[in-house]
Design a protein around this ligand. Sequence first.
Ligand code: NDP
Length: 314
Amino acid sequence: MDNTTIEKVQCLIIGSGPAGYTAAIYAARAGLKPVLYQGLQPGGQLMITNDVENFPGYPDGIMGPTMMDDFQKQAARFGTDIRFGLATSVDFSNSARKVIIDDTHTIEAETIIISTGASAKWLGLPSEKRLNGFGVSACAVCDGFFYRGLDVAIIGAGDTACEEATYLAKICNKVYMLIRKDQMRASVIMQEKVKNTPNIEILWNSETEEILGEHAVEAVRVKNVKTGELKDIAIKGFFVAIGHQPNSDIFKPYLEMDDSGYIITEKGSTRTNVEGVFACGDVQDNIYRQAVTAAGTGCMAALDAERYLVSKGL
Ligand code: NDP
């Protein structure tokens, strides 16, 4: 297809996490002939997760990538047209529903389901950027292996940080957990796991001043926010686990969002403020952010899209 051709589809799904694939399964079974673009990280955040133990139906747990492979196969089985490609811009002006893929290919869709998820947040330090990939990582499960037997630090105090700290503790010699307050946000069970792991040392009231090292991480400079004391801790790996931001930038000119960029949907539905455009999964959920809730809203989005088409006689 050349870049002057506009492809018309009934249902376009943008994103391939649990929300996108669930929407695809329902839309395909309803005969909407969905086209799904996988985006930058096919399979979404679960591709960088280890064991998933809280998705119902897997009594022994399942690896994140295996589960996403199953999601994809199930969506394909019912005829979803699954494609590589990234939605790079959209035009929702004057009732249009146009999406540009990879800056070249234009799709006009009767319904659009946005399931673009969320991405890891960074501290924003120049040294963090400079050493990214050279000891700095936002994914312990992807990169922890490179630091086996070594000392590492992880920043964050939510469930992700706790989960990743315990994961790293199994591989690494020592894990320093840097927490900016005197308490954690993580669930009690996750906190207990961390506190009961002997090679995790929690440093409370600790902020990262700088990550040190010329070509690779050698240490982290930590500031105690109560005393102002600075301390350099020798490490080889620095893991950032401070939350996520929704992948919603391209929709900003058209869709209502909250201050953090999460797409606002009508209560009890996946409808956005643009007719025929629906949002599901983490891009519209800053509260639950679970695979199972994402899948649930993916199902809702496909049902909402189907009902919209029926209401329009399409
Ligand atoms: P959260 O938003 O819950 O936590 C982010 C953490 O990062 C907070 O402790 C926050 O500190 C800290 N933080 C943010 N910015 C900075 C900064 N600049 N410097 C230092 N620390 C910072 O994100 P998570 O990714 O941990 O979790 C997201 C959601 O996913 C949650 O609902 C969580 O429950 C869920 N989840 C569930 C899991 C499970 O059930 N197995 C596993 C992983 C996640 P502060 O507290 O000071 O604001």
